[in-house]
Write a new protein. Structure first.
Length: 142
């Protein structure tokens, strides 16, 4: 009897592409704009140059960043997020917000006008409505 392979969930697909510590930190550093390799090592403390180089190659292969050469000898590049890579900003904010709520409440993003902790919500840009997850089902409803 042949084993059937379970299709990957969207979360499993996302984790396969960006699911390690260093990759997410590199993406976070690049959200502010293009950086050179040495600038990235300063923005991502503790990352080894070989690990950074491997992550940059993988992110470029997955079309999440683009490397723009600025020197041929030695070969050097500036790294910048693509539109698809920039799309990760929302997910990173959600993850950072979750961590802040469960570690240090002072780091939770707050509304500038009243100081209340901000909450992420699902939004349908087509219908212009907010949506919530239906309890116990995991489907969205308006």
């Amino acid at each position: 009897m042949a084993e059937t392979e379970t299709p990957a969930t969207p979360l499993a697909e996302a984790l396969a592409r960006v699911g390690d510590r260093w990759t997410l930190l590199v993406v976070e550093a690049l959200l502010a704009g293009p950086l050179r390799f040495n600038d990235l090592t300063g923005q991502v403390p503790g990352i080894a140059a070989s690990v950074l180089s491997e992550r940059l190659k993988r992110l470029e292969r997955d079309a999440l960043i683009v490397a723009r050469p600025y020197s041929d000898r030695p070969p050097r590049a500036t790294y910048q997020l693509t539109a698809e890579g920039t799309d990760l900003a929302g997910a990173l904010r959600l993850l950072a917000g979750w961590a802040a709520r469960h570690t240090d409440a002072s780091q939770t993003p707050r509304h500038a006008a009243c100081g209340t902790s901000l909450q992420a919500r699902w939004y349908c840009p087509t219908c212009d409505h907010l949506a919530d997850l239906e309890p116990d089902v995991g489907t969205l409803y308006v």
